[in-house]
Write a protein that binds this ligand. Sequence first.
Ligand code: G3H
Length: 254
Amino acid sequence: DVMKEVFDTRAMEEDLQKKLGIPEVHIVPGNSDEYSWVQQEMGRACVSLIKRKMISKENILAVTGGTSIAAVAEMLVPDSDLKEALFVPARGGLGEQVENQANTICATMARKAMGSYRLLHVPDQLSKEAYESLINEDSVQQILKLIKSATIVIHGIGEAQTMAERRNSSDEVLRNLKDTKAVAEAFGYYFNESGDIVHKVLTIGLQLEDLKNIPHVISVAGGASKAQSIQAYMKQCPSEVLVTDEGAAKEILK
Ligand code: G3H
């Protein structure tokens, strides 16, 4: 019956909080590896969470790319607090297709929520020299300041090899990820099973160490296939809330 299902989800959320060592977990029914509506439900759950985490004054929401965060964007609707919010991409280009890029998702969120947005225009494959000169640009400095003062960060977690291939990473990078046994990806950082960083895409924007200064960090990742990735990421990275699905939750708790 319904009451039992509600109770079971709650129990599973508590088990997962303990197992991953994070304060808050929300689980939606189903497995997003099998059905795309499950990802939409995670999106919906994340939207209500965002509203709860908003503070009374200026909210700056930094978002990453990926299909999970794109699903969050799709679920946003205007609301008095969101209209005052500023949306920014967490980091510059990571080699994704347009629909999966943080800039695109950020603009969609602002349009759906009727809020405002600022974009970060940096090419994907940055050389060290290009990186050094870009970060000193005035316009880049301005948006970087906004990104680093984000009040809420919303990000996805991916499986390492899947993400590297989707981003058309070079053979050298793919080989390196295999050699270092990368299993997870978030923000363009790749992690091994213990949660150690084994590779990082060179781009400007939020760096992993900035996360500890951000009041609310919301991770959105589901599907049984991401169980290991979610666990690895949570080993060392500060996350306040995980929005996931039953597929991932059951696999992690096995
Ligand atoms: O930035 C990408 C995420 O880490 C994972 O992407 O939500 O499409 O699985 P996804």
